[in-house]
Design a protein around this ligand. Structure first.
Ligand code: C2E
Ligand code: MG
Ligand code: MG
Length: 745
């Protein structure tokens, strides 16, 4: 139908007895303008583009549209009839469908609508957006006096630019302007939408939470623009690694979140997390400076760890917290125990505030001896905390907490003073080594604190050695160099601790005046074994140190073969349990008073990795019966259990490790109440040095078996047991095994 035809149609309708629009009626009542004048005003409005008009017939076919509006779509544009079709279609299919009602629906309902936004022309989804226009459509149905529907009349406003402005502001409301990733608001909406949909379809969804390690240091020292650039680069790297179906968001400062739909394989999730950690930890080049950060990752999977979005988010938070507490650059899966350990940690943090005042802290000293003569050269001061209810807490646990809660400066100062006071009582040639956290190192106070500890104790500066780790080099270059200068000026010695575990850039060694490198125990561990690269690395570090006029100490020597190997590799000094653990000052003084300054190596011939003895209660399912047994040993591929008597070799059992972790295994060895099982599918790393199953039994399946459908309740958790219900008969006798004693149960 041509444009002229439309107009004729429209004109034809005008003469008919219709219920006139309100505005017209009002004008008519006012009697100011006659019909001709009104028509010319209408034309003027239309031609000026202030308002356009449209009309349909009773079948919904467009019969009129202002020429100026049609002109917008002349040439290659679709003819008017098609235009209406596309209006309806795009409104229905567009994102705004939930805000606006479909035009076809509105028209068929024969009701009045006002400023209904519709998309005109433009391209279908997936095509480049060209010539897209948005109109606000107002329409009023027209009826005969008898009530027969005649069609619609209405007006059109072009709202394209207003619409685009609104889109841009909602873009700003949904996306992070810095990284262009989704923001917290969008991620939270997405997670809710995905979880709601997946709950119905019983699908799984993983949530990963990342927090950058040491980002604050870079931001503080290189400046905020550099921090921004770093975040952009991190986001680029994340987008490269993360699967396409995942959504990545930045939900705050240096926190990122990844929603990964349909993934519940903890083997794959662990691999992905490791890949992310590796990628994020590669050095960044920012405005000519080099920056190194890391990331910790917490992972939780719906529906196993939570069904509601807030439950799942809380679970990833706890897992992330545990990953950071575990020493950073690690990932953790959520497990029910984490709730408990998070509470423990909070308690530790609170108690740590008073520990010093309550006299619960103590310094112990571990000797470092000459690798050849075994004569003591120095003692390393290691902090000990005797907690009134938890007993002795490792510094590996409480030092990171002290660092996070700003207690480290206070603890560090106390350690320095105490160590100096103790060391003055030792013979002249013996030094004391004190650990200094990177956070103390960036504090301007450190030189003053060191000087004061020396002068009040009377210890000569050359007898104090400060042990620092490579993490101090993550800070501002100038400030770090200045601190090194100030400390050297005081005359204390400097040692680089745990060398080889961090980023081990040789430039660090050149930049700082170290007297000593401490080779991390991971290289010493098993360096005597064949095919171990530890020995090659130790050799390299030793020759490097020698070339730079630094001495070397091998840390963590425990076994005879390790000692022999380390001495053979020419390290200067050795520290490790093979000579002594850290002991209180009294024990040091006793040893020194004897005049015997050499230590005898005492230890196993070969290093044996500490075997975790597990005494954990697990469920064992055989046929229809649920037994309880003790887990004595667990490896990737098998386990040893105790508690069932005379189970034949070849029997298939299912181990229930709790929290929906079921493992199918076959009995390979069996003697009395002990069975060795091999697993059908190997376990995977849980990120914390432990093991977990790849997959879990979903709460939906458990719900089918009678459990309530919600996320797993806290505490040890087994699948519903049918024991005692009488519906199944046990085939094996179950015995109660407590700490090795056998009692018939
Ligand atoms: P570090 O400075 O590397 O200290 C050496 C750690 O290795 C000590 O653990 C020591 O007991 C342990 N070790 C020594 N020989 C052996 C061995 O043969 N085998 C094994 N398996 N371990 C051995 P500790 O005392 O638990 O301290 C852990 C970390 O806590 C220290 O690592 C240090 O980084 C930090 N730390 C301890 N005291 C302080 C302190 O006063 N201030 C600061 N800032 N950090 C401290
Ligand atoms: Mg140390
Ligand atoms: Mg160390």
């Amino acid at each position: 139908m041509g444009m002229r035809g439309i107009m004729k149609n429209f004109g034809g309708q005008r003469g008919e007895p219709v219920s006139v629009p309100d505005a017209e009626a009002a004008a008519a009542r006012a009697g100011v303008l006659d019909a001709k004048q009104r028509l010319s005003m209408f034309d003027a409005l239309e031609n000026a583009g202030i308002s356009w008009f449209w009309a349909t017939d009773d079948t919904g076919v467009l019969t009129y549209l202002s020429p100026a509006a049609i002109e917008k779509f002349s040439g290659d544009r679709p003819v008017v009839g098609e235009l209406l079709g596309s209006l309806v279609e795009t409104v229905e299919g567009s994102e705004s469908a939930n805000r606006t009602r479909p035009l076809a629906f509105l028209l068929s309902a024969r009701t009045t609508f006002i400023d209904q936004p519709v998309r005109i022309g433009g391209s279908k989804e997936g095509e480049a957006k060209t010539d897209e226009a948005w109109w606000a459509l107002t329409g009023k149905p027209q009826f005969t006096k008898g009530g027969d529907f005649l069609g619609y009349r209405g007006s059109v406003k072009d709202i394209t630019s207003a619409y685009h402005a609104e889109q841009a502001s909602s873009q700003a409301a949904e996306y992070d302007s810095l990284t262009k990733l989704a923001n917290r608001h969008r991620m939270s909406r997405r997670l809710t939408a995905v979880l709601n949909a997946y709950r119905v379809e019983k699908r799984s969804c993983a949530l990963l939470m990342l927090d950058l390690d040491r980002f604050k240091q870079v931001n503080d020292t290189l400046g905020h623009p550099a921090g921004d650039e770093l975040l952009r680069q991190v986001s680029d790297r994340l987008q490269q690694i993360v699967p396409e179906e995942a959504e990545i968001g930045r939900i705050g400062g240096d926190e990122f979140q990844i929603i990964l739909p349909d993934q519940d394989d903890r083997g794959k999730l662990g691999e992905l997390a490791n890949r992310i950690i590796q990628m994020v930890s590669q050095p960044y080049s920012i405005e000519g400076s080099r920056a190194i950060i890391g990331t910790s990752i917490g992972i939780a999977v719906a529906p196993y760890d939570g069904i509601e979005p807030d439950e799942l988010v809380k679970a990833t938070d706890l897992a992330l917290y545990a990953a950071k507490g575990g020493g950073r650059a690690q990932f953790r899966f959520y497990s029910n125990d984490l709730k408990e350990s998070a509470e423990d940690r909070r308690e530790i943090e609170e108690d740590l505030r008073d520990a010093l005042a309550q006299g619960q802290l103590e310094m112990h000293y571990q000797p470092t001896v000459d690798a050849k003569t075994h004569k003591v050269r120095s003692f390393e001061a290691l902090m000990r905390w005797n907690h009134p209810s938890h007993g002795s807490i490792s510094p590996a646990t409480f030092i990171p907490i002290a660092e996070e809660s700003n207690l480290i400066e206070q603890l560090g100062e106390w350690a320095l003073r105490q160590a100096c006071e103790d060391a003055v009582q030792w013979p002249d040639g013996i030094t004391v080594a004190v650990n200094v956290s990177a956070q103390q190192f960036v504090s301007d106070n450190l030189p003053k604190v060191v000087e004061s500890a020396l002068s009040s104790s009377g210890l000569p500066a050359k007898r104090l050695e400060l042990e620092i780790t490579e993490s101090v080099f993550m800070g501002d270059v100038d400030a770090t160099d200045l601190m090194f200068k100030k400390l050297s000026k005081i005359g204390v010695k400097l040692a680089l601790d745990d060398f080889g575990t961090g980023y081990s850039s040789l430039s660090y060694l050149r930049r700082a005046p170290f007297d000593k490198i401490k080779i991390d125990q991971s290289f010493v561990r098993g360096c005597a074994q064949k095919d171990n690269s530890g020995a090659a690395i130790v050799t390299a570090i030793v020759s490097l140190a020698r070339a730079m006029n630094m001495s070397t100490t091998a840390e963590g020597v425990e076994a005879m073969d390790e000692l022999k190997c380390i001495a053979g590799l020419d390290a200067d000094m050795v520290q490790g349990f093979i000579f002594s653990r850290a002991v209180p000052q009294d024990a040091v003084l006793d040893k020194l008073a004897s005049g015997e300054l050499c230590y005898e190596p005492v230890g196993p011939a070969k290093h044996r990795s500490a075997r975790k003895t597990l005494f954990r209660r697990v469920g064992v399912i055989h046929e229809d019966h649920h037994y309880t047994a003790m887990l004595r040993d667990l490896s990737r591929t098998g386990a040893r259990i105790e508690g069932l008597v005379d189970v034949p070799v070849g029997t298939q059992l299912v181990l229930d490790l709790g929290e929906g972790q079921l493992i199918v295994g076959t009995v390979r060895r069996s003697q009395d109440a002990t069975q060795g099982l091999s697993f059908e599918m190997p376990l995977v790393s849980d990120g914390a040095g432990g093991l977990c199953t790849r997959h879990r039994v979903s709460p939906y399946m458990l719900a089918a078996a009678g459990m309530p459908l919600r996320s797993l309740p806290p505490g040890h958790y087994t699948i519903p047991s049918q024991q005692g219900t009488g519906s199944s008969t046990p085939i094996f006798m179950q015995v109660d095994v407590t700490a090795g004693s056998l009692r018939a149960g």
